[in-house]
Ligand binder design. Sequence first.
Ligand SMILES: *Cc1c(COP(=O)(O)O)cnc(C)c1O
Length: 346
Amino acid sequence: MTQPPLSRAELEAKLATLPRLRLAHLPTPLEPCPRFSAALGGPEIWVKRDDLTGLAFGGNKTRQIEFVFADLLAQGCDTLVAGAYTQSNWCRQMTAACARLGLGVSLVLAHGEKGPRLQGNLLLDRLMGAEVEVVDLDTLEAMQPLLEAKAEALRARGKKPYIVGPMQLSTLVLGTIGYVAAAAELHAQLEGQGIEADYLYLAGANMTPAGLALGLKALGSPTALRNFAPIQWQEPRAAGIARIANATAERLGLSTRLSPEDIWSSDEQIGPRYGVPTEASNEALRLFARTEGILLDPVYSAKAMAGLIDQVRRGRHAKGERIVFLHTGGTPALFAYAEDLGLDAA
Ligand SMILES: *Cc1c(COP(=O)(O)O)cnc(C)c1O
């Protein structure tokens, strides 16, 4: 059974019932990329600048944090306990939110590709006062017990910790709501410019594509998502994204539901593994930097842009089509990846 679409005002009214902390600079700019479009010689490409959301170099996590941290405060917590990799954009933006709100922050960070070098996101975490423990883990699945132990130690010191684990569904749903709101924001911007977008490209794993897919479908938008995964998961991404989107729809009281067939997600640009740049991602990073003066990040957005370039070169997009590329941020990692970007100092 297909549901009639909601109006944007109806969707915004549903969103307005949820606790939210205003931390992001919104709306983020939506701008045409004429020189990049000309370089590809295909469709008209625009960029949605979610790298400019504001929290300590910005990025997509800031929209998600608005709902996650509203929950943290509602629970009366005073210290964040979170875990991911040393170059985590999520932990960096949460650390910035903690600094701004006067909360403590304790991070457990796995080495990942870049280990404990004091650069990029890890440098910023330390600058903003996070207590950091770097650990040797093969996968983030082993992270949760470490976070529980940290939280227990904090409780023994009279603190009220709030845990954000790498794969907690409750957190994923709150974060996804941030991107349902972003779908409404983009919808309004396109309408304001008097244009439609045929496609929305992005690098996404969970919350970002789930929220956008849900929001766009609820609104009956003609814009089709093209998601490029940065990491290989056990659960196929289309199924994972649909599952998270549906849990979020339930939380928001929306009747919209997604099936894996509704989600276009590709693993083609991952390369050898998560966090390792590829020739194609380096080319995309350089081309976008040199035609538009906009910096992508080596782990996520450059891989999605490599996917966009590949689709255009394969003739998948006609000249008259319009594509919006969502820049999800991550740019501090550029500095940690200096040696991997295919450039020389002189
Ligand atoms: C985390 C991140 C993503 C993926 O976001 P999800 O919400 O997990 O889909 C994409 N790009 C950047 C730069 C990120 O930091």
